[in-house]
Design a protein around this ligand. Structure first.
Ligand code: DAT
Ligand code: MG
Length: 148
């Protein structure tokens, strides 16, 4: 089953939207495989967003991701990477369609509540960056035959 890294970034925690966002992921039928609250260091934030190094918004982005606690999660399911990206909506909250997390709950480009891996390869690398292997739990939800 495919896994993806989902971050509820510091704005989601500060705005008390953690439960709302997790609820959407649960209801979709994804399985939670890992969950923790992390105060990201600059080193962790820089590794996570290394692909954006050199862009005009990079420094601000690192400041944002280290500005408070982040909820780091691994979600698992059929096409989990693409499913989570669809649930999130596009990057700019002002342009993300209604029904998506960003479209319903964000209006900023930077402070857009969630991160989701954009490919299975990046998901594997990002999961390894945020989680130790022993922090992930494998099991099958009791309704798996109804959901999948
Ligand atoms: P996404 O989070 O949708 O995968 P991304 O990987 O292109 O988007 O960018 C990572 C984060 O950087 C994004 O969630 C918010 C911020 N960001 C992207 N483009 C930006 C811009 N033009 N101005 C300010 N922040 C930006
Ligand atoms: Mg991205």
């Amino acid at each position: 089953m495919q896994q993806t890294l989902l971050l509820l970034k510091p704005d989601a925690v500060q705005r008390r939207l953690v439960g709302e966002i997790i609820s959407r992921l649960e209801k979709k039928g994804l399985r939670l495989a890992g969950l923790k609250l992390v105060q990201a260091s600059t080193t962790l934030a820089a590794s996570h967003y290394a692909v954006h190094k050199g862009k005009p918004f990079y420094d601000s982005l690192l400041q944002f991701l280290t500005s408070g606690p982040t909820v780091a999660m691994v979600w698992e399911g059929r096409e989990a990477v693409a499913v989570c990206r669809t649930l999130m909506g596009i990057t700019d909250g002002a342009k993300a369609p209604p029904g998506t997390i960003r479209g319903d709950l964000a209006i900023s480009v930077q402070n857009n509540l969630v991160h989701g891996s954009d490919s299975p390869e990046n998901a594997a690398a990002e999961i390894a960056l945020w989680f130790q292997p022993g922090e992930l739990v494998s099991c099958s939800n009791c309704d798996a035959n109804w959901v999948n």
